[in-house]
Structure formats: C-alpha cells, structure tokens
Write a protein that binds this ligand. Structure first.
Ligand SMILES: Cc1cc2nc3c(=O)[nH]c(=O)nc-3n(C[C@H](O)[C@H](O)[C@H](O)COP(=O)(O)OP(=O)(O)OC[C@H]3O[C@@H](n4cnc5c(N)ncnc54)[C@H](O)[C@@H]3O)c2cc1C
Length: 386
C-alpha cells in the first residue's frame, strides 16, 4: 500500500493530538486512583484502542498507522506526561502486535493483531526471571522439542502487563549451556494449560503497568507459534531494546516537562513573604536548572530517534539518551517536587507516581550499569592498553 508523505504527516499529527486529548480526558482523571492500586485493564486498553493509540507502528495493511519511530515517541510523550505507567503498558502491548506482523505475517498476525489494536487482547514480552535480569544468558526457562511443537517450563518475573495479559512473548533456552545463542522466542496464550500467573508485590504507584510474573509447567507451544529461532531471538530483542531505551528516555523527559509546567503555574500563584515564589531568584534557579537539563536530554532523544528512523547504528545513542534522561528525571523530579512545597504531594499532581516511575525506568530495558558498559565499549578498553 503506498501513501504519500503529506498523508503520513497529517495522520501523525492527528494521532499525536488524539494522544494529547486521551491523556487529558482519560488518563488525568484516573491516574491518581490507578496509582493507589485500583487499576482495571478495561479502563485503559479498550479506550486507548478506540482512540487509535495501539495502532502506532503497525503497518497499514494490518489496520495500523505505520508511524515513524519519532512520531510514535511523540505519542508516548503525550501519554507519559500524565501517566508513565499507563503509557508503558500500552506501548508494550502495541509492540507485540508489531512483532507478530514482522515474525508471523500470515499465521499469527491475522489471528491476533486486530484484537491487539482494539485493546480487547493484551500482550507482554517476558525475558526477566528470578535469577536472570541484566545477565540474559542466564535465562533458565527451557523450550524442549515435543512432536510438532515445544514444551516450555520456567518462571518469569517483573513483566509489564503480566497481571492481565492474554498473550505472552516468552524467551526460552532451547539448548542448555549455549547462552544467548540458544534463546528462542515463542508466542503463547495465557489460557494455555500449565500457565499460572504469579504476583509481584510492588509499589501501587506502578499498578497501571500491570507488573507481574508467571510460571510455565509443560506449556505446549505449536511450531507455528515459534516467533524467532534460537540465535535470531537475541538479535531481535537487542534491536527492540534499543528502541525501547529511546522511548523510555523520551517518556522520562515528558514527566519532567509536565512537572515544569505544574511548578511554573504554582510558583506564580503561591505567595510567601509578600510575593510570589517565582519572584525569588533561589526558587527560579531550581526551575532553570531543570529546564536546561530537560533540553539536553531531549536533544539526545531526538538524535537517537533520527538514527532509528534512518536505519543507523543506534546502540550508543540510545544508551546515552536513556542514561542521561533517567538520571535527569530522578534528580529533577525530586527537585521540582521540593519547589512545590507540600502542594506537590497532592493527588492532583503526578510528582510521586512519576518519581517512582523514573527510578524504575533506570532498570527496565537495561539497567544503568548495562548502559554505561555499552557507552564504555565505544572506547574499546583493552587489558594492558596504553
Ligand atoms: C518497572 C519495570 C518494568 C519491567 N518490565 C519488564 C518486562 O516487561 N519484561 C521483562 O522481561 N523484564 C522487565 N523488567 C525487568 C528489567 O528488565 C530488569 O529489572 C533489568 O534487566 C535489571 O535486572 P534485575 O532487576 O534483575 O537487576 P540485576 O541484573 O540483578 O542488577 C542489580 C543491580 O546490579 C547492577 N549490575 C548488574 N550487572 C552489573 C555489572 N556487570 N556491573 C555493574 N553493575 C551491575 C545493575 O545495574 C543493578 O543496579 C522490568 C523492570 C522494571 C523495574
């Protein structure tokens, strides 16, 4: 299907505007309640599906919008300004639709993608295990050939949407001792015999992320549901992780941008010692520091987005964007919360939810240590080098 550039650009503008409206009308009134653990999947996925927010990078022929990566990031930015956790939940389910189209365009995509776009089917991606986080070579979930398919056994934890997902992309080891080369990716349904959900007791501030885990006991997976062969799965997930690092960085910028707006409005109307807070140089400087740090992070994000859309090598740029933006958000959200005084702790603002989110963002899709190693790799440190 061919579409001219003008039409693509109009579509992107309208989806970004839709995301803005959805965030204001739907996320803003619900986010504080969700942040107390009162999250209900029906309240998020189907309304977001109706607003088109699960169609972003899915190709047109499968009912999607075929947006560029930079435009997808702008949509997530609008959502994350109000609720980072809900934005993460939506993009994780959306990404599975994109993966099904890419890896199984004739079998799994026709079966699942339209429901994923509607939000009536929710999905997640599961790599992490109780004993395998940063070190993915340690994945112990096994996939053993069994007739026409595979038998999967193991436990996954810390998975976004696992609390209510209908479908799961599972990364599992097909050959003991072969590290990441033996890892393959499978798509399984959560109603398969042997699939059991496990709770992860965590901060309710993250409840719209639906963090959970599951145990697989002899779950049968037909060969048609093998998404990526051993070896290929790791290559694919590394590409996906670089893109995720970039949008997580953008979403951290979004939270700081929202905090800056709230602080500027409040600092103008709140008075102390006879004048508004924003008349005090000491108070204004905190805001100026945050605005400058935000601008620097946004430039790194933009560079990584450009590289992704041009098909360039993005590993280092994505790592630097996420390193800088997560740490910037952790620091600046704390500082801007302080600039609000006690007011910043009220439910009508997102400071507390977003501060928690910024800390989790520095672990999800590659912890700070992994990102630093990625950047350090550019310097090609060698033992004994002078
Ligand atoms: C909010 C959230 C959402 C998530 N969503 C998903 C999901 O949808 N799917 C999924 O599969 N996983 C998900 N994860 C898991 C995430 O990918 C892991 O938390 C991450 O890979 C880090 O693993 P870990 O928590 O086991 O920490 P570990 O790997 O145990 O690391 C613990 C600490 O040690 C540091 N460290 C580790 N190795 C080194 C080293 N070589 N040198 C120096 N320091 C080191 C780390 O930086 C970290 O600070 C999510 C996590 C969070 C917090």
């Amino acid at each position: 299907m061919t579409v001219d550039t003008e039409e693509l650009s109009k579509r992107a503008t309208s989806v970004i505007e839709e995301a803005h409206q959805f965030a204001q009308r739907h996320l803003a009134p619900n986010a504080a309640q969700w942040g107390k653990g009162l999250f209900d999947r029906q309240a998020l996925f189907e309304p977001a599906g109706s607003a088109g927010l699960l169609r972003l990078q899915v190709p047109l022929e499968y009912g999607g919008f075929d947006l560029s990566f930079a435009d997808k990031v702008k949509v997530l930015y609008e959502l994350a300004r109000i609720d980072f956790s809900a934005a993460m939940a939506l993009v994780n389910s959306h990404n599975v639709a994109v993966q099904l189209v890419k890896a199984s365009p004739n079998q799994l995509a026709p079966r699942y993608v339209s429901d994923l776009l509607r939000g009536s089917f929710v999905a997640c991606t599961a790599l992490t295990e109780p004993d395998a986080g940063s070190d993915l070579g340690q994945v112990k979930t096994t996939a053993i050939r069994n007739g026409e398919g595979w038998l999967l056994n193991g436990t996954k934890t810390w998975i976004i949407n696992a609390v209510h997902a209908d479908g799961v992309v599972v990364y599992a080891q097909t050959q003991a001792g072969s590290g990441v080369k033996g890892i393959a990716a499978f798509f399984i349904r959560a109603d398969s015999p042997g699939f059991e959900r496990l709770a992860v007791a965590t901060s309710s501030a993250l409840s719209s992320m639906g963090i959970g885990g599951f145990r697989l006991t002899n779950v049968y997976c037909d060969s048609s549901h093998l998404l990526y062969e051993p070896g290929q799965a790791f290559v694919d997930i590394m590409g996906a992780i670089n893109r995720a690092r970039t949008y997580v960085a953008a979403m951290c910028c979004a939270m700081v941008s929202q905090a800056l707006s709230d602080v500027s409005v409040y600092g103008h109307k709140r008075t102390a010692f006879g004048q508004s807070l924003d008349q005090y140089q000491g108070w204004r400087w905190q805001v100026a520091q945050a605005a400058t740090a935000l601008q620097a992070a946004e430039l790194l994000v933009r560079e990584a987005c450009d590289l992704i859309d041009k098909g360039g090598e993005v590993q280092t740029a994505a790592a630097q964007a996420k390193l800088y933006a997560t740490s910037m958000a952790q620091t600046q959200l704390g500082s801007l919360l302080h600039a609000m005084g006690a007011e910043g702790f009220l439910d009508r603002y997102a400071f507390l939810r977003h501060l928690t989110a910024a800390h989790t963002a520095s672990l999800a899709d590659g912890s700070t240590a992994m990102l630093l190693e990625r950047v350090a790799h550019e310097f090609r440190f060698k033992p004994g080098a002078t």
